[in-house]
Design a protein around this ligand. Structure first.
Ligand code: SAM
Length: 351
């Protein structure tokens, strides 16, 4: 038994180590070839963390993988199988696309131009203004198919290969909450499902769960439908959470990964109200998003760097938002909170 466990650990360490090396080396290369952060005449912004911070960041990073491995050993979800030879070509192609696009990202960063996408959406009139941003200075904002395909690689490079592991900790929280329940009876809503990355992780662990993804981007929804075609019970709906296109009390559980830091404070409130409306009494809600000021004091400096380096116009207000109070107003109680490197996972239960 312990031999099987040891083999599992060794395989996990080798696969995740290779994955981290792959993305981290691209992060370092991107940093090296990227242009300067500072604009002439503006105060200098120094993104380099001091040595002590670097060590603490490394410790938090390693702890994430220990948490992930513990969840796998607890049977909450299977070990990831993303290191496969047949995926190598696709990974190389995505990286090539990332580096091809890097000069555009760099130019927007240097010019602090985070709303180029508004030109692209001109005349469409169906998107709220707060949404028309080149978040992370990415090309196409949320509106293009290229962006939907490149997103995972961009995010993994940004987090040095830790993004999927952070999402899996949120999956672990969901799996703990519904353990012992027949998954076919848990109607799940994944809010801001994007290109389907997190839903895919959920469905790999809970293959019969009836899941709906909701996202405002038609291009990301299309990509999610393509990626989730193996699970016929899954539906992807295009729409905004603050005007959720669902009946009252339609879902037994909801998840929401990396959305709230991209919403202005007013919209966060509308979204919380709608989440409460569409969930049944007793439902589970797993919220996963960036850690906030004071969650991990050692990492606070890194949080200051994020909105400057990656165009996140609502991030500074997000850092101070009290989500226990915000969701508490709508009848949610906090059941558990867990930090996973730069992500905080809070699980609520609707009374
Ligand atoms: C940072 S991505 C997160 C995607 C995904 N959950 C993940 O784990 O990576 C933010 C996503 O939120 C979507 N989004 C932003 N505002 C939204 C809103 N008001 N309603 C629904 N989706 C929204 C965007 O289209 C985008 O796909």
């Amino acid at each position: 038994m312990s031999l099987i466990r040891d083999l599992g650990r060794a395989r996990y360490a080798a696969a995740q180590g290779a994955r981290v090396a792959w993305y981290m080396s691209q992060y370092l290369l991107a940093r090296r070839i990227s242009g300067p952060f500072n604009r002439p005449g503006e105060p200098k912004f120094e993104p380099q963390a001091p040595e002590g911070d670097t060590q603490r960041i490394r410790a938090a990073f390693l702890k994430l993988f220990a948490q992930d491995r513990a969840n796998i050993e607890a049977g909450l979800y299977p070990a990831p199988d993303d290191i496969r030879l047949e995926r190598a070509i696709a990974a190389l192609r995505s990286s090539a696309n990332f580096f091809r696009d890097l000069p555009n990202v760099d130019r927007r960063r240097l010019e602090r131009d985070g709303t180029e996408v508004r030109e692209q959406a001109k005349g469409e009139g169906r998107y709220p203004t707060y949404y028309l941003q080149n978040f992370h200075y990415q090309s196409g904002g949320w509106l293009s198919q290229d962006s939907a395909k490149l997103y995972d690689t961009q995010v993994e490079i940004l987090f040095g290969g830790a993004a999927d592991a952070m999402r899996r900790i949120a999956l672990g929280s969901l799996a703990r909450a519904i353990r012992g329940t027949d998954q076919r009876k848990v109607k799940l809503l994944d809010i801001a499902s994007g290109n389907g990355r997190f839903l895919r992780q959920i469905l790999t662990a809970l293959p019969r769960i009836p899941a709906t993804g909701l996202d405002l981007s038609p291009a990301y929804c299309e990509e999610a439908r393509r990626r989730l075609a193996d699970w016929p019970q899954v539906e992807i709906v295009t729409g905004a959470i603050e005007q959720a296109p669902f009946e009252d009390e339609s879902f037994d559980a909801a998840t929401c990964v990396y959305l709230f830091h991209e919403l202005p404070p007013r919209v966060r409130r509308d979204a919380a109200r709608e989440i409460a409306r569409v969930l049944k009494p007793g439902a589970t809600f797993v919220l996963a998003d960036s850690i906030q000021t004071g969650d991990a004091a050692d990492l606070d400096r890194m949080l200051e760097y994020f909105p400057v380096g990656f165009h996140e116009p609502y991030f500074t207000s997000y850092l101070k938002e009290d989500f226990a109070a915000l969701f508490g107003e709508h009848g949610f109680e906090v059941e558990e909170t867990e930090l996973a490197f730069l992500t905080k996972i809070t699980r609520f239960r609707k009374r």
